[in-house]
Ligand binder design. Structure first.
Ligand SMILES: C[S@@+](CC[C@H](N)C(=O)[O-])C[C@H]1O[C@@H](n2cnc3c(N)ncnc32)[C@H](O)[C@@H]1O
Length: 241
């Protein structure tokens, strides 16, 4: 699962006993060698799905980490692209990477739950970070995203179909979330990371409540499940007036 350049088991354990912010500070130098970085295959599929909806002017990568989503934005935005994350360590790695060609790129350290921007973005994307938010935080988080979008602007993120109940993937995620709940009951500070709490039905409802009109787009690169449903979808949510 991890390449030789990735973190050791001990390093992962220390990270998991830290807060989310400090945990990512510790992991940052090796983050790009872990499976937690969104794979290029997903980034490419999202960029292809967004391209016909653009071009966009300004873009924000929410919880950007080392900048996976900034590369997507650079392909579909013309003016300016910003990555925002609360881990100083992740941003340091992002800043050291060669800037993608195209729009001006900047990095901002801030909590996604209190974004320091006005309504200045045409597109907000986010990859691999929603597990760090509790379901009760979604209304506030989506409200923040709405507040930084221009009227008519879009919020876009990929969502994988949950593994079928009883499948090995199902038991793996169930086990991970259960272990995390035990860890958080016994240890402070908490490390919020749950795989099974970000459910498409709840997300659609919360987006509508926050003032978005959401659409689902199958990402054909990932195929379909035996029941015909897409394995991975892109959610695009348009800021309503
Ligand atoms: C799994 S990483 C994903 C990074 C990147 N988006 C990617 O796909 O490779 C999750 C990122 O979310 C950031 N994060 C988690 N909670 C956050 C919050 N409340 N505000 C800002 N960043 C946050 C972490 O610091 C980390 O960089």
């Amino acid at each position: 699962m991890f390449s030789p350049e990735g973190p050791t088991l001990r390093e992962l354990a220390v990270q998991a006993l830290s807060s989310v912010e400090h945990g990512y500070d510790l992991l940052a130098p090796k983050f790009d060698h872990t499976p937690y970085r969104t794979p290029d295959r997903v980034l490419d599929a999202v960029a292809s799905a967004l391209a016909p909806m653009g071009p966009f002017g300004t873009g924000l990568d929410l919880c950007c980490g080392t900048g996976a989503g900034v590369d997507v934005l650079a392909r579909v935005c013309r003016e300016r692209v910003t990555g925002v994350d609360f881990s100083a360590g992740m941003l340091e790695v992002a800043r050291r990477r060669p800037a993608p060609p195209g729009p001006e790129v900047s990095w901002v350290r801030a909590d996604a739950r209190a974004l320091p921007f006005g309504a200045e973005f045409d597109l907000v994307v986010s990859f691999g970070a929603f597990g760090h938010f509790l379901p009760r935080e979604l209304p506030g988080l989506f409200g923040q995203v709405r507040s930084v979008l221009r009227p008519g602007g879009r919020f876009a993120f990929p969502v994988a179909a949950p593994p079928r109940p009883g499948s090995p993937g199902y038991w793996t995620l169930l086990g991970f979330d259960a272990a995390m709940r035990v860890r958080n009951a016994l240890w402070r500070p908490p490390f919020v990371m749950y795989y099974r709490t970000f459910r498409l039905g709840d997300v659609g409802r919360e987006l509508a409540r926050a003032g978005f009109r959401a659409q689902l787009h199958a990402l054909p690169e990932f195929g379909r499940r035996p029941d015909g449903s897409p394995r991975v979808r892109l959610v695009t949510a348009r800021r309503t007036a």
